[in-house]
Write a protein that binds this ligand. Sequence first.
Ligand code: GTP
Ligand code: MG
Length: 439
Amino acid sequence: MYLNIKDTSQKTLLVQIEITGSKEKRLAKDRHNEFKELVLSSGANIVAGVRGRQEQPVASTFIKKGKISQIKNKVKDLTIDLVIFNHDLSPSQERNLETIFKSRVLDRTGLILDIFALRAKSHTGKLQVELAQLSHLSTRLVRGWSHLERQRGGIGLRGGPGEKQLETDRRLINQRIKTINKKLNKVHQQRTLNKYSRQKSKNILISLIGYTNSGKTTLFNVLTGSDQYVANQPFATLDSVTRKNKDNNLSPFLFSDTVGFISELPTQLIESFKATLDELKSADLILHVVDISDSNYLHKLEEVNNLLDELDISHIQQLRVNNKIDKIGNKDILEDYRFGDKEVWISAKEELGISNLQESMIHCVNKEVFVGWISLKSSLGRVRSNLYSLGYVEEEKTSTSSGLIQLKIKMGREYLQELLLEKGVKLVDSNKNKIEVAV
Ligand SMILES: Nc1nc2c(ncn2[C@@H]2O[C@H](COP(=O)(O)OP(=O)(O)OP(=O)(O)O)[C@@H](O)[C@H]2O)c(=O)[nH]1
Ligand SMILES: [Mg+2]
């Protein structure tokens, strides 16, 4: 079932059929481009493609007779090893097509699982991918698939500890699924413990989520000063990472970067990544990173929101981060930013708009915003410049009689309290100060 596409550098033919009776909103061209990117990132060698339209899938083979013979001829003429469909196929459809084409057939879920297996690095990540592969595989073993096994003499499983040969026996697969589930449960318990210790330490958790390739990790690196792997390819990140805020001034933020989403993300993956994705549930804020330079961004945004719904985390407040503004040639949009906006415009790559983003994050996690005057001893230049760099200062006066610096600031209540703990920082005429409650 799970061949290692890259290692064998299979000669591959791609199939995408537009199902006109389906609810699919995306343009066939966009779906096809994404499909090609997925296939390329799996390492396959694309040699041909077949596209078409039909009203509905055919129950036994998904595609109609005409397309079947077209593909069959290409497979023979071009000595194709692998036919990949940009659709989910039922186990019997896959098997019937393999028998007709006399070549391997992989569906969209199989393809995505293969890429995940290729990318998984951590022990947990590998277990999660293996679990997803096994549960996908177990549905395909019901009626046996020895027809191809005999031809090829066994198929390798990419990923999983030791890249071992997969036992094609349901009983063994189920045993393995149980073992993995046990191991993942342990990981999950450990994570829950970590969650509690985090709550105790009052850190605020901000999770970066978004469609794959939208720039989450690039932004994560900017915010935390990390050096996580960034790449122009789907699913560069598989393992979640949590790190502290780089600017350790006033914000006790923890950021967590996680796996990207994609349309029609296989349910097996969602299931087995639940332990990791569960962490999202304890986030105080979600940064929904959107590649605004992508012509299809609205659709992708909707897909991500649907997945958040499915994962039961759509209630967590979201800040939409429109990334890659350097690519749309409209950096002026930065000027439109207003304090309290639920949408910010940035370029993570060129580090533009980051202070707006920081201000908005603070605004989101601190519902109560203080607006008023504080005074600082003139020796507290460091505090003053920190306040400026975080964009909290609205006005400044220097009192000639006392030599104190007076600043009109706008910031979250929690941080104001921390600020007032600094020696030499005081509130000025508290009657004139007001507390605003953010909506
Ligand atoms: N031009 C431009 N490119 C960007 C920007 N942010 C990220 N990129 C590029 O977009 C690609 C994907 O970036 P990543 O940070 O890996 O994206 P991701 O959302 O973490 O992707 P996955 O982990 O694969 O889901 C890389 O080639 C980045 O260099 C940006 O602001 N401007
Ligand atoms: Mg990433």
